[in-house]
Design a protein around this ligand. Structure first.
Ligand SMILES: CC(=O)SCCNC(=O)CCNC(=O)[C@H](O)C(C)(C)COP(=O)(O)OP(=O)(O)OC[C@H]1O[C@@H](n2cnc3c(N)ncnc32)[C@H](O)[C@@H]1OP(=O)(O)O
Length: 420
């Protein structure tokens, strides 16, 4: 496993004390080019776990930051995998490219492995940073913009809800949202848990830096029995084309437990007076929304479609034993890992029930990959066939990439709506 390099520059990497939280948050703001807009102290407190908020200290000055918090990642089949969620990664502008991130990341990954977290996840500010630490893009956020003029509404043959929609306050959203999300997240590989910090920020009881917050609207769907089965959080621009309304409805959060609920919520959004387009910045790549419209061509890719959550496998047997598989099969992976956590030859095999294991083996390998590619394959975000075509992995036996896809393929695309 990778060891932290002995410091030669007098800069010490250590976890901060509670009393240093304010200065640590200021350092994060500075590193993110947001001087003067510190992250709310309350938010920082809620995401501060003993030993997991790191600072790079030059004497008493914080010149580097990285924090992680425990989370659970839904894996194919619905199990929840313990993961380390990393965020707040910054190095002071005057101290960059001297290896401080290398040192903070080495410490964090070693800590995560010790705590028994089978993988680490993060949302990368820039594409080029994290592959060297074994992270690969593992979910996508493929939003849509629906032009309502072209859409011609939702299809008339869709199932109608026997339930109802209710506009709710932020306080009610804080009450209904967590339970609904707990249910929803088990159905989508790539989803993560939402903690108190998430809901406090989403419902406005923690003031975050940035432009003044306009309270969004929230609507919940209840089924005929009164159970909340979906929510839509949105805002509407005040935009006019001369005397004619030309508003955009922007979706901030959308959760639906079933098709009837999704139809009811999308019908509501797509038939709003004054609204000419619906913009959803983050949606699962295989979300059925375009197919609900009379004209699916009206749903165009959102300009911000991107690789969203990056994943780094830390414990191969635990991670691959937790997920399920598309069918029976076996494949031997030869994994190269600079930090060592996933290095070696692994026999990945699954039986007819979809249960599978990853075990060390001395058998001849079928595929040669690096740890970042393992991260991209884990939730099924990328196919081995595509990665082979992109020269990101090497097939050592003809047909091995296809065999890997038959094993790792998932019926639902990995998706995580939450940036952290
Ligand atoms: C999960 C999150 O929080 S994402 C947020 C990431 N933070 C930011 O983008 C804020 C602005 N940037 C920064 O604060 C810093 O530049 C950081 C944190 C990205 C990098 O910190 P540094 O201490 O400069 O990195 P360090 O010197 O350890 O470099 C490590 C390696 O990453 C590379 N690297 C560092 N930053 C970048 C980058 N932005 N793009 C590509 N490569 C990078 C370095 O070249 C080096 O490569 P090598 O090991 O092959 O020689």
């Amino acid at each position: 496993m990778s060891e932290e390099v002995a410091p030669t520059d007098g800069i010490e990497i250590r976890s901060i004390t509670e009393g240093e939280l304010g200065a640590w948050g200021d350092a994060v703001s500075r590193g993110f080019q947001r001087a003067g807009m510190p992250e709310a102290l309350e938010f920082r407190r809620l995401r501060n776990y003993p030993g997991r908020t790191l600072g790079a200290f030059e004497r008493d000055k914080i010149v580097g930051t990285l924090r992680s918090f425990p989370n659970e990642l839904t894996v194919p089949g619905g199990a929840l995998l313990p993961v380390s969620a990393i965020s707040g990664v910054t190095v002071r502008q005057t101290h960059r490219r001297r290896g401080l991130l290398n040192r903070m990341m080495a410490r964090e990954l070693a800590g995560a492995r010790e705590r028994g977290e089978a993988a680490a996840i993060l949302v990368a500010a820039e594409y080029g940073i994290y592959r060297r630490y074994g992270f690969g893009p593992a979910t996508r956020a493929d939003g849509l913009v629906v032009n309502l003029h072209h859409a011609e509404g939702l299809r008339a043959d869709l199932p109608e809800s026997a339930g109802r929609l209710d506009l709710v306050s932020m306080a009610e959203l804080a009450k209904y949202g967590p339970e609904l999300h707990e249910c929803w997240r088990r159905s989508r590989p790539g989803a993560i848990g939402r903690d108190e910090a998430f809901w406090r920020e989403a419902t406005g009881t923690i003031e975050m830096p940035g432009p003044e917050r306009k309270e969004p609207f929230a609507v919940v769907h209840r089924d005929a029995g009164g159970t909340v089965t979906g929510l839509l959080v949105y805002s509407v621009t005040d935009q006019w084309d001369g005397p004619n309304p030309d508003c955009v409805l922007t979706v901030h959060d959308f959760l639906a437990l079933d098709t009837v609920t999704a139809v009811a919520l999308w019908r509501y959004a797509c038939s709003m007076d004054w609204v000419r387009s619906v913009s959803i910045a983050s949606l699962a790549p295989d979300d059925p929304l375009p197919l609900l419209l009379n004209n699916p061509r009206a749903a165009r890719p959102h300009p911000e479609q991107w690789d969203h959550t990056w994943l780094r496998v830390l414990d191969v047997p635990a991670a691959f034993g937790a997920r399920t598989y598309a069918g029976p099969g076996r494949v031997v992976l030869d994994v190269t890992d600079r930090q060592g956590y996933a290095s070696g030859r692994w026999l990945l095999q699954a039986d007819v029930t979809g249960a599978g294991t990853a075990e060390p083996t001395s058998e001849e390998p079928d595929l040669a990959i690096d740890a970042a590619v393992l991260g991209s394959l884990y939730l099924g975000a990328e196919s081995a066939t595509r990665l082979a075509a992109a020269a990101q992995l090497t097939e050592l036996r003809p047909g091995a990439a296809f065999a890997t896809d038959r094993l790792l393929g998932t019926p639902l695309k990995a998706y995580n709506p939450d940036t952290f």
